[in-house]
Design a protein around this ligand. Structure first.
Ligand SMILES: Nc1ncnc2c1ncn2[C@@H]1O[C@H](COP(=O)(O)OP(=O)(O)OP(=O)(O)O)[C@@H](O)[C@H]1O
Ligand SMILES: [Mg+2]
Length: 146
């Protein structure tokens, strides 16, 4: 699906947030600056988070309070580290976990999750988004959005 503007990306994430339930894990893949954090901002709005979302690059994980707690991870710095910093403590804490650069912690990801890929499209502000659901719940989520 094509996202034509930053607002499109945030609006899509906002709609997705409405379909989520406790312990849902979303991964975000895509090149530097493609819009992973921007997507997370829309998601946070949809979860009723009031605080501004900032990039967690230097903290690995940031927590926000909303309708459900939001755990926003950016594991870019864990590339090749194989270190388990207690991911399951977040995945099963009854919140929503969003992970930028999730492939860097592939071995620790839960089987049931929604993989989201963003790609640069032809125009500067356009992005292509792909959703890959793992498990029945996320298949339903994707259906509800289309
Ligand atoms: N359609 C779009 N969707 C998302 N962001 C867009 C879009 N068009 C333009 N942008 C711009 O692209 C930039 C995306 O930055 P953002 O920090 O969200 O990327 P990121 O993937 O999280 O980067 P990083 O890999 O450094 O974490 C923002 O400046 C945003 O305004
Ligand atoms: Mg980012």
């Amino acid at each position: 699906m094509l996202l034509r503007t930053e607002k499109d990306t945030q609006d899509f994430a906002y709609r997705l947030a409405k379909e989520l339930q406790p312990n849902d894990v979303l991964t975000l893949e895509g090149q530097l600056g493609v819009g992973k954090t921007t997507f997370t901002k829309g998601l946070a709005k949809g979860l009723g988070v009031k605080r501004n979302i900032s990039s967690p690059t230097f903290t690995i994980v940031k927590e926000y309070r909303g309708r459900l707690p939001l755990y926003h991870m950016d594991v870019y710095r864990l590339e090749n580290s194989m270190e388990d910093i207690g991911f399951d403590d977040y995945f099963f804490a009854d919140g929503i976990t969003v992970i930028e650069w999730a492939s860097f912690i592939e071995d620790f990801l839960p089987k049931e999750r929604l993989d989201i890929t963003l790609r640069y499209a032809d125009n500067d502000n356009q992005r292509e988004i792909t959703l890959t659901p793992f498990g029945e719940h996320f298949e339903q989520v994707v259906k509800a959005l289309s």
